[in-house]
Design a binder for this molecule. Sequence first.
Ligand SMILES: Cc1ncc(COP(=O)(O)O)c(C=O)c1O
Length: 391
Amino acid sequence: MPIAHRIHDALERASWIRKMFEAANILRAERGADAVADLSLGNPSNEPPSVFYESLREEADAGEARPHRYMTNPGYPEVREAIASHLATRTTVPYTADDVCMTVGAAGALNAILRVLLDPGDEVVLQSPAFVEYPFYVDNFQGQTCVVPPRPDFLPDVQRIADACTANTRAVILNAPNNPTGRIYPERTWRDLGRALASVSAGLARPIYVIFDDPYHHLWYTDAPPPEPARSYDQVLYVTSFSKDLGLAGERIGYVAVHPGAADRADLHRALPFALRVLGQVNAPATMQRVAARLIDHPREDTRAYYRLRRDRVFDALDAAGLDFPPLEGAFYAFPKTPIPDDMEFCRRMLDKGLVLVPGTAFGCPGRFRMSYAVAEDVLERGLKILREAL
Ligand SMILES: Cc1ncc(COP(=O)(O)O)c(C=O)c1O
């Protein structure tokens, strides 16, 4: 499909989220806020932990001792050191400070990576349903996206991903805990994917990177934390942020970590900070970098408990309604099948009743809807009541 059409297509799909957002505002103005349950957004509803506010106070009290000037583009060395040490402990992969580049959220990291990897016409493989912004990020650098459907259980179809790779493929972007399905990919998937991509890359001049987009890392409701893809494949560019689990999405702080075994490790160390410069990000916010270093090892049990409560309510409601939905393993979304085939019509009907959802079509996956449970408890209860009564 020509690039203009593909982007138009992506725009059409992404504009569903905007349309829903605007419709929710109109409904609120017409019927009052209490008549609307907006479960359409991925905007964290949890408050940052108290240590965040303590760190901010400490930053302010320290005055000149905590500068606010430009720093080296990849960020403060001590912050990168703290993050590398956290990652090395968590993954057992020996990350160093040089591997870490602080960024303006996960979105800033994804754009910096794509700026570095892509020449016009280079390809990036995505798996549907995908975060709606990915195709735009790829398009920023005149890349081409190739979208691969998942397995019926919404886990990656490794063979399909490998088959989609060509000599022009530079990267596969994957995200788990996943937006919008809520799935976490098991260790075995990463091992199989690592093997498959290593084998495809062996026949090519350049490696195929996995850009592992992990902003929901700490939001898991399974027996154990999500597996670490960096243990299964050396060509992993790890992306995450403090946006979702710590409720800091508006503060725009994240990072990319280059795998120590990456084929272009040294070049990536130089190129990523340069990409921050030329993209106008320059460096990640100074104060937030220092605060992030203090929060990196902060326990996330409270956040998990906060979302688990909501996740359990969503599970009970969807289950009682007899809807088919992938296991609610992580992040803060459910992605059920719509009870009628037309997901857009279903979301329109729900909107009429005051419940704001996103049709699966927005994620390239018709016949489903995304429901976010990153909302206050009373809003969630209202939304689930509307859904129960409508089904
Ligand atoms: C899968 C995924 N990746 C990246 C982002 C962007 O995260 P950030 O706010 O840290 O830029 C989001 C935000 O919704 C997301 O859902």
